[in-house]
Design a protein around this ligand. Structure first.
Ligand code: GLU
Length: 618
């Protein structure tokens, strides 16, 4: 069913949709992505590339590719290895989104292993709770173990036990603490519980860079999963030695000392019932290139595609017209695009399994044109943009008549979450963002106190993903009903994670990329996309270039130290509040569709590492 757009809106849309003189004719094949030509200056290899935010995890992925594993095998190996070497960001206590492009069928899927709210969760469960992201009440039912097992079973070539070997080895034999690991070790979240503090920051002192870090409890947990299978994580079976579930259920009862503290309500049934979901990416086009990104429960893909569609009418890359990378006009137009899109995101994004997300309406050309009309270069919209109503343009029938989302703000980049990308020798690609939400999740290891009073520690941190929900019940401004991102039992909290891929107009995969950074993820992916498509940058250059981000309809703009000062000044002169900070951490792989040669680029904002196979002899 399709609602007829109002006449006035339709006329405006037609006007805006007539292509301006500078628009590229998208019926013609797009030129080669400049990043491909740039990459081709060094001879790419063809046996697989991994790009991760940590050198040990890159090594784990490369080994698995070397053993004959495909991109999914390598991705699972990387995810487990990251739990050991980047425990503050992601791990088996959390969840994520694995986008997979399968070369054999040409299909692209997302395996959604996002955490869910337990059956006992309620919309007001955070109300009055101090520091909710550090309390057991924030812990969602973890998804990574069943999610990665599902992916491996359906798409992998190797067995779970084999791909977990590098992680088990790293946990039991140890790795040398990296600067980033050290710098996060004594933050307040890492010290939220006595066991976490004793491990990360013993005696209030972080480990030295290069110090050997071993996590035998985690090694033992991983061995249990590797030998007994994923159910050993989700189901309490003491007769088989499977007591991890007890560690999760007991661990999420954690409370802090201040009044009003609250533990979680997760039960064994919640854990046992967790299921990952197979999803189809959202798709759009930008200057002829095809993009696939993360659908709900993430807001990421829809917001990115909407921003690209809104900004496409501006000649972003054309220096002769005063645009081009880093120019005030370009950056300020990006900022206004973000503000408009984030206003929509705040109202319409949520978990599609529970609420209708008007995805088709948000990306409908007429609706996009109406929203794009709000973007005026050189003008800071005042008052702040508000959400539009995409429902009249939503071609899909409303699946349910549940209320729509009103969102709470999400934390900034911090230490958490990790993105990595992989391509294998066959050309299969993975773009995977994995998280436990904030740095060190709730700062509590899964574990329980044995009868003899000793602590059975499982060595992995519990997530605080449920604080991605609205922290208090909200009201939808259009319907007056409860917000779609309000807590509901079994629901996935709204995410911003946006594993993304760019394809040629004909559908051949070229780039896989994504980022951590809470709501700024959306903007990091947007910045890199413009760098690749409009500014003709090479892949590494597109990642290195300074980013700009505003993650709400407001005027608080973040940018990075290397953004031209004249542009920062121009933004300030228009009344934006500008702060300088690192934004995101993008890991990408690229394949030249013409030659099949493969490349990677990683982000120096964290400890980005690329390994291409076969390894060159020194
Ligand atoms: N939990 C956040 C999300 O799903 C990601 C957190 C981060 O990247 O820092 O959007």
């Amino acid at each position: 069913m399709r609602f007829a757009p109002r006449a006035g809106v339709a006329a405006l849309a037609v006007l805006l949709l007539s292509p301006p003189a500078f628009a590229r004719d998208t019926s013609q094949p797009a030129p080669r992505l400049a990043a491909v030509a740039e990459a081709a200056k060094v001879q790419g290899l063809k046996r697989g590339v991994v790009s991760t935010a940590n050198p040990y995890a890159a090594e784990a992925g490369a080994r698995v590719l070397g053993w004959g594993g495909n991109a999914v095998d390598a991705a699972v190996a990387i995810a487990y290895a990251l739990n050991v070497v980047e425990p503050q960001s992601a791990g088996i206590g959390g969840g994520g989104f694995m986008m997979v492009h399968l070369v054999e069928t040409g299909e692209t899927f997302v395996l959604d292993s996002r955490e869910t709210a337990p059956a006992g969760a309620t919309p007001d469960m955070f109300v009055g709770v101090p520091n909710p992201s550090l309390q057991g009440v924030a812990v969602g039912v973890p998804g990574m173990v069943r999610g990665t097992a599902w992916a491996l079973e359906h798409w992998g070539r190797l067995k779970l036990g084999q791909v977990m070997l590098p992680a088990i080895r790293l946990a039991s034999q140890g790795f040398e603490a990296t600067p980033r690991y050290v710098s996060a070790s004594c933050n307040s979240r890492a010290r939220n519980s006595p066991e976490a503090e004793a491990f990360f920051c013993p005696g209030g002192v972080p480990p030295a860079v290069g110090q050997l870090i071993r996590n035998e409890p985690l090694a033992e947990t991983l061995r249990l999963i590797a030998t007994r299978g994923p159910d050993c994580f989700y189901v309490l079976k003491p007769e088989l030695g499977c007591d991890i579930a007890k560690g999760i259920v007991e661990g999420q009862k954690f409370t802090r000392s201040e009044a009003g503290s609250k533990g979680g309500s997760m039960s064994y049934a919640d854990l046992q019932g967790y299921q990952p979901a197979l999803r189809v990416p959202v798709e759009g086009r930008y200057r002829g290139w095809k993009l696939k990104s993360m659908p709900p429960p993430s807001s990421g893909g829809l917001t990115i595609l909407q921003m690209l569609a809104m900004i496409e009418r501006f000649p972003i890359g054309d220096a002769s017209q005063g645009w081009g990378f880093g120019e005030p006009k370009t950056v300020q137009t990006m900022v206004e695009t973000m503000r408009v899109a984030f206003a929509d995101r705040a109202v319409w994004a949520g978990d599609e399994d529970f609420v209708h997300v008007p995805a088709a309406g948000l990306l409908d050309p007429e609706y996009v044109a109406q929203r794009s009309a709000l973007i005026v270069p050189g003008v800071r919209a005042q008052p702040d943009p508000t959400a539009g109503d995409p429902r009249p343009y939503d071609t899909k029938p409303l699946r349910r008549s549940r209320p729509l989302a009103v969102a709470a703000p999400i934390d900034g980049p911090g230490e958490t979450t990790t993105h990595f990308s992989v391509v294998d020798r066959w050309g299969n690609m993975v773009s995977y963002t994995n998280t436990i939400e904030s740095s060190h999740g709730i700062g509590v290891f899964a574990g329980y106190t044995r009868e003899d009073g000793s602590f059975r520690n499982f060595g992995f941190l519990l997530n605080n993903e449920l604080t991605d929900f609205n922290l208090a019940p909200t009201v939808n401004p259009y319907t007056g009903a409860a917000g779609s991102n309000d807590v509901q039992p079994g629901k996935r909290p709204r995410s911003s994670m946006a594993p993304t891929m760019i394809f040629t107009p004909e559908g051949q995969p070229v780039v896989a990329y994504g980022s951590p950074g809470g709501a700024t993820i959306i903007n990091s992916v947007f910045n890199v996309t413009l760098n690749l498509v409009d500014h003709g940058m090479g892949l590494q250059q597109a990642i290195d270039a300074p980013r700009v981000s505003v993650a709400s309809a407001g005027s608080n703009v973040a940018t990075e130290t290397t953004m031209p000062q004249a542009t920062v000044d121009a933004l300030k002169a228009l009344g934006y509040a500008v702060s300088i900070t690192d934004i995101g951490s993008v890991q990408a792989v690229l394949v030249d569709p013409a030659t099949g040669r493969q490349y990677g680029a990683a982000d120096s904002r964290r400890e980005g590492t690329v390994i291409a196979l076969p390894r060159r002899q020194p």
